[in-house]
Design a protein around this ligand. Structure first.
Ligand code: ABU
Length: 372
């Protein structure tokens, strides 16, 4: 066993796949408010996800893990904790946790290092515990593995803009997009905050989305932490930015898939183009009209795909038009039924963490451009 992964496309040898067990609709907290009035969880209510949904999600996660194993990819799984308990630090208390389906939000592998992100939801503060058995095992098996954790945040009220959600809901879309571009959202700059899933790895370049869960200090912390990388803060025209892996998705050297409705900063597109990358706009998601209940993700989970190597990609089985598009770009598509997993926090990319991909650190962007 070893830890090594520098990008999102090198041949996959070992991966972590999440579990749906015990996932909760979270209690309201400053960073996030769930409001599913038609699905039995109006604002202010919380509790376990329905048992039949959890079972269906676990069936798809297990089948996905089995398929990967059959392809010769080693699969590790997290150890869920009791997410229905009250969690507390000296600074706060919250009546529920969340779950451990989307380990990608918490962990990122950069080379021989696995880094635990700060997170900014109180309900996810302790989620790292679910991944510790795997990290411990990797640490013992691979003498070169670097096990790092970003500063655990305090998450006092000072880390959040008071009354953000009540106010943001009333802002028209153009105003919300202006706020996203200025990164004037729910997080203050009290302390570094980031989710690992806001980072897209392209070798020496790491693109980090400023979002509802990642602030400027978080990006600055990452820049200082990875001095051999170029760490770029980026934004897209998405009113609810949450994780870059349903927006700007590396496919192979020279090819990035873009959820084109979420327009990229023109300077970012230029940076890719002057370095001979093709930016391809993804087709509309098949799930655009019929989205699962209790899901807090967007239909753009369609592009939340997992490369097995630079020519092979796992895509949700219902996303037939996307599969056709990827075929036309020379990719082999492995269809994976995964729609039942969406309400547990994401798609195929969210549900996984690369532990080992063959390959090394390369510079895919030799030319500088604008602020990049
Ligand atoms: N965690 C991925 C969610 C991405 C999205 O809803 O766009």
């Amino acid at each position: 066993m070893r830890v090594n992964s520098w990008n999102g496309w090198d041949p996959l040898r070992h991966v972590l796949v999440g579990r749906a067990d015990g996932t909760m609709v979270q209690a309201p907290e400053p960073a996030v408010q769930r409001d599913f009035p038609e699905d039995g969880f109006p604002l202010g209510t919380y509790g376990p996800m329905p048992a039949e949904m959890t079972e269906a999600a676990n069936e798809q996660l297990d089948a996905f893990a089995t398929m990967l194993t059959r392809r010769g990819i080693r699969v590790s799984r997290p150890t869920p904790i009791d997410f229905a308990q009250t969690f507390a630090t000296p600074d706060w208390e919250i009546p529920t946790g969340f779950g451990c389906m989307p380990p990608r939000d918490v962990l990122i592998t950069v080379g021989t290092e696995i880094l635990e992100a700060t997170m900014c939801y109180r309900s996810r503060w302790f989620e790292y515990l679910c991944y510790r058995p795997v990290l411990q095992e990797l640490f013992e098996a691979d003498p070169d593995m670097r096990w790092e954790t970003a500063p655990k945040p305090r998450l006092t009220d000072a880390s959040f803009v008071p009354g953000f959600w009540d106010e943001y809901r009333t802002v028209p879309k153009t105003g919300q997009l202006a706020r996203v571009a200025a990164h004037d959202l729910v997080l203050t700059e009290e302390e570094p905050l980031f989710d690992a899933a806001d980072i897209a790895r392209f070798g020496r370049d790491l693109f980090v989305q400023l979002s509802l869960v990642t602030n400027r200090k978080g990006v600055d912390w990452l820049r200082r932490h990875f001095p051999d990388h170029r760490v770029h803060p980026v934004t897209f025209t998405n009113t609810h930015p949450l994780h870059i892996d349903a927006t700007w998705v590396p496919l192979r050297p020279g090819l990035v898939l873009h959820a084109g409705e979420r327009l990229a900063d023109p300077e970012l597109v230029k940076y890719f183009e002057v370095n001979d990358w093709q930016v391809v706009e993804a087709v509309q998601p098949a799930s655009w009209k019929h989205y699962p209940r209790l899901s807090f993700c967007s239909p753009w989970l369609a592009v939340n795909i997992l490369n097995l190597d630079p020519g092979t990609v796992c895509v949700e089985a219902g996303e037939v038009r996307l599969a056709d598009q990827l075929n036309s770009l020379g990719m082999e598509v492995v269809p994976v039924p995964f729609r039942a997993v969406g309400p547990f926090g994401g798609g195929l990319h969210c549900a996984t963490v690369d532990i080992w991909r063959e390959g090394g650190l390369e510079d895919y962007f030799p030319r500088r451009c604008g602020r990049f």
